[in-house]
Design a protein around this ligand. Structure first.
Ligand SMILES: [Zn+2]
Length: 241
């Protein structure tokens, strides 16, 4: 795997221990061009960065060494981890994003991503459930990498988790709304088991967390409403963790 080094000054100067790396976070750049994205990720004024950037041709750039903390996650939470920069590796995929014309990720881009994910997972013993999108860890602020990101394809390659339900069966339960309080509580418990940090006691929004869940696992309908299909998917995911 060829990785091209590129320098970004946006990292903590103090090195982190290898064992603190637990999570892998996928982003899209969300800017007009690759050039603009690289400029921003390497500009000291922007105060943002990521360890890797993968362009549309599948070329992999390393901006920050793994033993340095990059600045990509922001205020975030996953499982027992909070403000995830210190515990994570950030990977940016070049894509204009929802603001500037969201397009499918390129085949070569995803193949490179799969390669680099595989090697990082082995190197840092990252758990399957800890490969997530920016929207999963910051659902009230972020929607990247978005519903066009091929989570299922990644899971087929051993990266991240996916459910084992038959799509044609699942579809029957779409839009069958859940109103029972008991079912909603069960769904919330499953969300937490998967890693989502939603808590009814805190201010975090249920609808936005549900939307993040849908963007990841039920991209056909992202409406922030709890239906039976979401319930079944969450149940299946948490059962197989
Ligand atoms: Zn992001």
């Amino acid at each position: 795997m060829k990785v091209t080094n590129f320098y970004s000054p946006n990292f903590n100067r103090k090195k982190r221990p290898e064992k603190s790396i637990k999570i892998m976070i996928i982003h899209y750049t969300g800017m007009q061009s690759e050039r603009e994205s690289m400029f921003r990720l390497c500009n000291p004024k922007s105060k943002v960065s990521s360890h890797f950037v993968i362009n549309k041709n599948g070329k992999i750039y390393r901006l920050i060494q793994d033993y340095h903390i990059a600045w990509h996650a922001g205020k975030s939470c996953w499982g027992k981890y909070k403000n995830l920069n210190k515990n994570s590796i950030g990977i940016e995929l070049v894509n204009k994003g929802h603001k500037f014309g969201y397009t499918n990720f390129k085949k070569k881009q995803i193949l490179s991503l799969i390669k680099i994910c595989k090697s990082l997972i082995i190197k840092y013993k990252i758990k399957k459930k800890n490969v997530v999108g920016h929207s999963d860890i910051a659902p009230s602020r972020k929607i990247d990498p978005g519903e066009k990101f091929p989570w299922r394809q990644l899971a087929n390659n051993g990266i991240g988790i996916w459910h084992r339900c038959k799509p044609s069966l699942l579809k029957r339960y779409r839009n069958i709304m859940i109103i029972k309080k008991k079912s909603k509580i069960k769904f919330t418990k499953n969300l937490n088991k998967i890693g989502y940090c939603y808590s009814p006691k805190k201010k975090s929004s249920f609808n936005k967390t549900l939307k993040a869940f849908q963007r990841h696992y039920r991209k056909e309908l992202i409406n922030g409403l709890l239906d039976k299909e979401c319930l079944i998917i969450a149940q299946n995911l948490s059962k197989n963790l």
